[in-house]
Design a protein around this ligand. Structure first.
Ligand SMILES: NC(=O)c1ccc[n+]([C@@H]2O[C@H](COP(=O)([O-])OP(=O)(O)OC[C@H]3O[C@@H](n4cnc5c(N)ncnc54)[C@H](OP(=O)(O)O)[C@@H]3O)[C@@H](O)[C@H]2O)c1
Length: 220
């Protein structure tokens, strides 16, 4: 189990809280970041109430980035450009994007392809030369936050550097899912779009779907 503190930028939303809850339950220290210190503290308190052993801190996004070597970007797609403000603080750190550009309208998810190709590549242009990977897109926030549910599923991990992908795959293991390398960062497009597919399945089948690939050789 990695005991390195994981900071979550935009950690007050359902996805950030879900990821933080799983890591906290696995004994991994987490720090919740937000534009508002108060919202971050509220989210951290909610996690501590659920996981009594949780080692959870909170602060503004820049405080959290300053204090962590591993960061997850869990802001809404509309907030992605604001991450450029953290560029200098993110240099040399591992940054994992869970952001999907899918928008949700009254008729359900709307496909959308960012001009850069994917949200991950858009983020890359904003924070380069940070060590960027992209992962966890297919993990439902609701299911992550419900510790009574086993996560019998995969999480695809993308990134241009193998060492960064490997580190991100370790983070996925501590969440309790099977990580699968999906190769280069540009391939994150496929997983980002799956958020829309899974949401569609959830609407049709009244489910909380996830992804499990078959006949893929297990890689560590
Ligand atoms: N929900 C899911 O099941 C799910 C699944 C897969 C992937 N994702 C992706 O994960 C990310 C987080 O999802 P979510 O449902 O937790 O999103 P969310 O609730 O819409 O947003 C997460 C956080 O982003 C921050 N934020 C919003 N606008 C911002 C701005 N303009 N600048 C900076 N920060 C801003 C807010 O934090 P503060 O107001 O506290 O700063 C908010 O709590 C999204 O990109 C989503 O596509 C979500």
């Amino acid at each position: 189990v990695s005991t390195r503190l994981i900071g979550i930028i935009g950690g007050t939303g359902p996805e950030g809280i879900g990821l933080a809850t799983r890591w906290a339950a696995a004994g991994v220290p987490v720090a919740i970041g937000s534009r508002s210190e108060e919202r971050a503290a509220d989210a951290a308190r909610d996690i501590s109430n659920k996981v009594s052993s949780a080692d959870v801190q909170s602060g503004t996004n820049s405080e959290v980035v300053s204090g962590c070597k591993t960061l997850v970007v869990a802001v809404s797609y509309s907030g992605l450009t604001s991450i450029s403000e953290l560029r200098a603080l993110l240099e040399g750190k591992l940054v994992v994007s869970v952001v999907s550009p899918i928008r949700f309208g009254p008729d359900g998810p709307q496909p959308s392809r960012p001009p850069a190709g994917s949200a991950a590549q858009e983020l890359e242009a904003l924070i380069s030369p940070a060590r960027l990977t992209s992962a966890f897109h297919t993990l439902s926030a609701e299911k992550l936050a419900d510790l009574s549910r086993e996560l019998d599923e995969d999480s695809l991990v993308f990134g241009d550097e193998k060492s960064d992908r490997d580190e991100t795959m370790d983070l996925a293991r501590t969440l309790g899912v099977r990580p699968l390398s999906g190769g280069k960062l540009a391939n994150a497009y496929y997983a980002e779009q799956m958020v829309g597919l899974l949401a569609t399945l959830n609407r049709i089948h009244k489910a909380q779907s996830g992804v499990r690939f078959v006949d893929v050789r297990k890689k560590s």
